[in-house]
Structures are given as C-alpha cells and as structure tokens.
Ligand binder design. Sequence first.
Ligand code: BEZ
Ligand code: FE
Length: 285
Amino acid sequence: MTFSAQRLPQSKDDSLPQILAVAVAHLHGVIRELRPTQADWRKVIEFLTDVGHASDERRQEWVLLSDLLGASALVEEINSRRPKTATPNTVRGPFFRADVPQLALGSNISLDGIGERLEISGRVQDLDGDPVANAEIITWQANAQGFYENQQPDLQPEFNLRGFFRTDADGRFHYQTIRPCGYGVPDDGPVGKLLRQAGYPLRRPAHLHFMIKAPGFETITTHIYDGSDPHLAEDAIFGVKPELVRTFERQDERQSKGAPAWRLELTFVMVRANREPRHEPRFHL
Ligand code: BEZ
Ligand code: FE
C-alpha cells in the first residue's frame, strides 16, 4: 500500500496538514530503508510516549528534542535571514522567563554574588549605526556551575542572573553580572538519554542569552558565546555563529579595586520589521 502526500487533507488556513503530508512521505522512506521489526517500532512509539509524559508547564521535552536535533535552529535560519551586519537570531531555549522585573541600568543581576564578576556594556543600533533608544533587553544566563535559576529554585534566589533593561537615548546599556559557565543540557529525560546513547554532543559552551525588542524592529533572540570555551565547536543545539563569539577581557585587579574582574562590550544591530521576505514561505504560516 502506498500513501501519497496528495491524499492527505490540504488547507490554506492550517499548515499542519501540509507539514504532515510531507513528513509522512519522508517517514515511509525511513521505514522502507530501515525495515524495523514490530518490536523496533514499538520502541519508537514508547520513546515518543515518554517525551510527551516528560513535558509539563515547567519542562518542554518536545522543544528540547527539536533543539537537539537541530530542527529549531534550521527553522530559525529559514525564517530570520538578516543582512550580514545585523545580529543573527538563535533559539530561545527552555530556560527563558518573560516575567523578570525591569532594573535600572548598572544593576547587578547576580543576586547571590557567587562567581567571577563581569561588567557588560553595549549599544543597540540599527543598520546605519543610529541608536535604538528605549529598546527592551531581557538577558538570562547560567551561573558559574552551569545552572539556571529556574533549574535550582531551592538553591538560587528567584530571578538570579536575569535582567530586564531599557537602552538610554544613545542606545546604550550596562549591567553587572558573573561569568557564565558551560553546561550539559538536561539528560535526565527520554531525549537526553537517547541522544547520549546515539553519541550526540550534549554540552553547551558558555554563553549569555539576550532578547531585544523595539517598536518597528524585528526582535533579536540570540546568544553571545565565550570565545575561550573549548566546546565551541560542539554545541548541542548548533547555535554557534562566528559573529556571536566574543572575548571576555580581563580587568587589571589593581586598577579595578573590587570592581568587576571581566569586561565585555557588545553591539546589537537590529533590522526594521516588514522587510521584503528573503525566502518564499513554503507553508501558509
Ligand atoms: C539553553 O541555552 O538555554 C538551551 C537551549 C536549547 C536546549 C537546551 C538549553
Ligand atoms: Fe543557555
């Protein structure tokens, strides 16, 4: 029996049937190539069942699967191609929180003070180098042991290493934090266990997350990677792009006198919304 994509329902208003049609055609190709036994196929179904059971409002195992298979990065790349000089997007990942309170510029987002101090300053600008004033910057990062605040609600203060700032009239911002550490993605669920068994790299090089929003501009959701991390070439989510890698500069301890020990200067370049699409959308999304 041959199923064909054309036999599945097509709808202009809903992309899911179209996605399903193409996915089914590929799935049948996989089955013909691998010729799994009934027992093998039951294992596949059990794995997918476990992924569903591992997902709740605190943990999204399906998103983790999409991220670790590189699917999220590919969808992002197809949909947010930008001019070379603009800041590229990466995936948001599972540890983002939108409810972080706004802080004054210069605040310290390390609420427990544990880790090597890092001072971050930067500017948000458009493609012509003009400032984007009053842009919203949400940042989140792991601590010096590689854990996010919402992974350790009993060990870290709420909103530790999270900040929400607004740029000043010159598009500038600055804040204090600590140097983040690389970490392993959660591997206590079905996705991590299977991908480890399959030999996938499950490490994430040290990074900072940023989401930057301003009216009339495309939202930037991105990472900044620590250029000295030895695992840059094996990011579990395929997110490292050369334009997102930076060198953390050491501050002279004698000069800094208790001030932050590392410095990082960042520039984020936003592009105006509603540009001509750079690709033909395949589906009616
Ligand atoms: C993260 O960096 O927060 C992340 C992104 C995707 C999967 C796991 C972790
Ligand atoms: Fe992260």
